[in-house]
Design a protein around this ligand. Structure first.
Ligand SMILES: [Zn+2]
Ligand SMILES: [Zn+2]
Length: 381
């Protein structure tokens, strides 16, 4: 089949609003799949690239115009030569971190760190570095080689994961990034154990899932730290036992809960991790406690004031977390089962918007009026 048209949300430059435009999509090449997206979530990783705070100085020309989106679910509409993992009609979700299935990370349950994904934020298709998506003849940069803020895009089969037939697209969409990342940050990376005192800093999509993960893992108390009152209230419905507007305000709550010992697990899931949040997070982490850094910081190196002695004297740990430390291929069915059994409430996290309303969805997200905005396309249901 020849090239197709697609409505798509594109940003033409740093700090510009999203524009919903018609783009041209070329047919899938070897190892590629054309996906009709049904639902695409607004993750803050896209916002880092729209605002430009994760775009390196002097590299704007390599990023814009950009087709955003990397958290999504949809249906396979066409497969390129050599694709055996997927067939037309298969329900899939995106995997922003492509997995090859055979490198040392993939075969040891750490697929989100796959050696094949080291260029996943670069230009061009994963398969061959060429371009299949154009706006008025100009090649588009695709977020995480997915570009899911569109009715359809062509992606590598390594950037897709199968989803169960009974999993609704919006829930599958969140599992593909935000829910897995947040839930895994609490359960896998932080290693929350029954009876732990857990603090979750930032209660958007990642934090709401982290709170639920901590609850699943048996935390005795969960302190949700979030500047927006509406999200603090929502965090309670997901399992938070206490709330605070800032990390400094959480200190007295944690002291009271732990007789001054500090929290067992502190999980940083704000939209931007600042040096102050890292500093304050480590300060409320207790002896042998774990501070998990899941949210992104600004581009490049940032000086952070830390009490270095706290690592040796109190055995404090700081751990980074990509995709919640989960293996993408194993995580999707596992999280789908928790959702199916009512142990993971994804539906209450979602506010849906038509693709055309992406800027309203983003404004609601940045101003705390939703937990996670999900764009719905007019295609597969
Ligand atoms: Zn994401
Ligand atoms: Zn791999």
């Amino acid at each position: 089949m020849g090239s197709r048209k697609s409505l798509a949300a594109v940003v033409v430059g740093r700090e510009q609003p999203w524009q919903v435009v018609e783009i041209d999509v070329s047919p899938p090449a070897a190892g590629e799949v054309l996906v009709e997206w049904a639902a695409a979530g607004l993750c803050h990783s896209d916002e880092h690239f729209r605002s430009g705070d994760r775009v390196g100085p002097g590299t704007d020309a390599a990023v814009y115009p950009m087709l955003g989106g990397h958290e999504a679910a949809g249906v396979v509409a066409e497969v390129g030569p050599g694709v055996t993992r997927f067939a037309v009609g298969d329900r899939v979700c995106a995997s922003f971190s492509p997995t090859c299935g055979h490198c040392r990370y993939c075969v040891s349950g750490r697929g989100s760190l796959c050696n094949g994904n080291k260029d996943f934020m670069s230009r061009g298709q994963l398969a061959d570095g060429e371009y299949r998506h154009h706006l008025d003849g100009e090649p588009l940069y695709l977020m995480a080689k997915l570009g899911t803020f569109a009715e359809r895009t062509v992606v590598s089969d390594r950037s897709l994961l199968p989803i169960p037939d009974d999993l609704p697209f919006p829930a599958a969409c969140l599992i593909s990034c935000g829910v897995a990342t947040g839930w895994g940050s609490a359960v896998e990376t932080a290693g929350t154990r029954p009876g732990d005192i857990v603090v979750v800093v930032g209660c958007g999509g990642l934090g709401a899932a982290a709170v639920q993960g901590a609850r699943n893992a048996g935390a005795a108390a969960i302190v949700a730290v979030e500047p927006f009152a509406t999200r603090r209230d929502r965090a309670k419905t997901f399992g938070a036992t206490h709330t605070a507007a800032a990390v400094a305000d959480a200190r007295s709550i944690v002291d009271e809960l732990t007789w001054g010992q500090g929290a067992d697990r502190v999980i940083l899931t704000p939209s931007v991790v600042t040096p102050a949040i890292l500093h304050d997070g480590l300060a409320i982490t207790g002896k042998d406690g774990v501070l998990v850094v899941t949210g992104m910081g600004p581009f490049g190196e940032t000086p952070v004031p830390l009490d270095i002695g706290a690592f040796a004297l109190f055995s404090k740990q700081i751990r980074g977390s990509l995709f919640g430390g989960l293996d993408p291929r194993a995580a999707v069915p596992r999280l789908a089962e928790l959702y199916r059994r009512g142990l993971l409430d994804i539906d209450s996290m979602i506010t849906t918007y038509p693709l055309a309303d992406i800027n309203a969805a983003l404004a609601d997200q940045l101003e705390g009026r939703n937990v996670r905005g999900v764009l719905t396309m007019n295609g597969p249901r």
